[in-house]
Design a protein around this ligand. Sequence first.
Ligand code: NAD
Length: 320
Amino acid sequence: MVHDRLAPDSLPPVARSRRSRQTRRPLSRRVVAITGGARGLGLAMAEAISARGAHVALGDLDADLAAAEAAKLPSGAIGLSLDVTDPRSFKTFIETVEERLGPVDALVNNAGIMVCEPFLDEPESLTRRQIEINVHGVITGMRLVIPGMQRRRTGHVINIASAAGKVGVAGEAVYVATKHAVVGLSEAVRYELLGTGVELSVVMPGLANTELASGMSAGRGVKLVEPEEVAAAVVGTLEQPRFEVYVPGSLGPLFRFAAVLPRSARDLMNRMFQTDQIATKVDKTARAMYAARASSGMPPVDPPPPPSDPEQRVMETEAS
Ligand code: NAD
């Protein structure tokens, strides 16, 4: 398994000995709900988790695809319609999972979209949609499942953030903001859950080989993460809970090292590894299909009014 290669070897010695003392929690017969599970990372997670004997529910905007993919999985997997931006849809999804499979032991808040546009050019409707799916969807999911988990004194929520939840990446500013929000939200809620029996984890993959990353490249000398690596890390986290999970694991020490460097050295690293080009040099043709899917079904939103000219304002004030 890729996960066995990544962890615990990639952990520092103290964390390694702490984790090795933890008892492994088998996934067999646990009920795991995955949002955005019809394709990409969510589907890879569903395959890996159900291979361990868990009962998996895939929720997705694309309900037909979710049902078709679930039908290929073992252990009685189900695929259901879900729009994480609609609290009623999310509630119905969780209720249906509980009726058909039993209480949700784990929720993976995975559904997300990414828009690659310079900050000032991104349409307002896409800005709002990213915040609705990537942040509000995660909040809604947590509020729906945590009360039941607290009553049962057991459960696990895994929020899929991104490496973009720890660093800034030009060309995807609002996406970066949503992923920083998920990291901060997870850290704060984790403190509220300490001692309740409910685990919370945040998973932060680097750029991964799914449709979401089409037309993008990971940077000089950096490989795209394969969905199976992310899935293996999620399986490992469900079996041996920990809070922060980077994929690949080497990103954690790298980010901690970069965080103590002066800003000028970080800017230099950014240029050296060409991470400044990840979302600014994008092949828009290769990305067109993903961009159309990610933005489909959006209501139009008026852009904010342009800022008024300060000189004009002074003249108006003087005239009145
Ligand atoms: P993907 O586009 O391949 O799959 C995402 C799935 O989410 C799709 O099936 C889509 O239909 C579904 N979805 C979108 N909006 C939804 C909604 N409102 N309600 C329910 N389902 C919805 O993307 P992916 O690469 O698998 O990304 C999954 C998660 O991983 C996202 O949160 C993303 O931000 C995060 N992530 C991705 C990468 C990457 O490079 N691929 C890297 C780090 C983090």
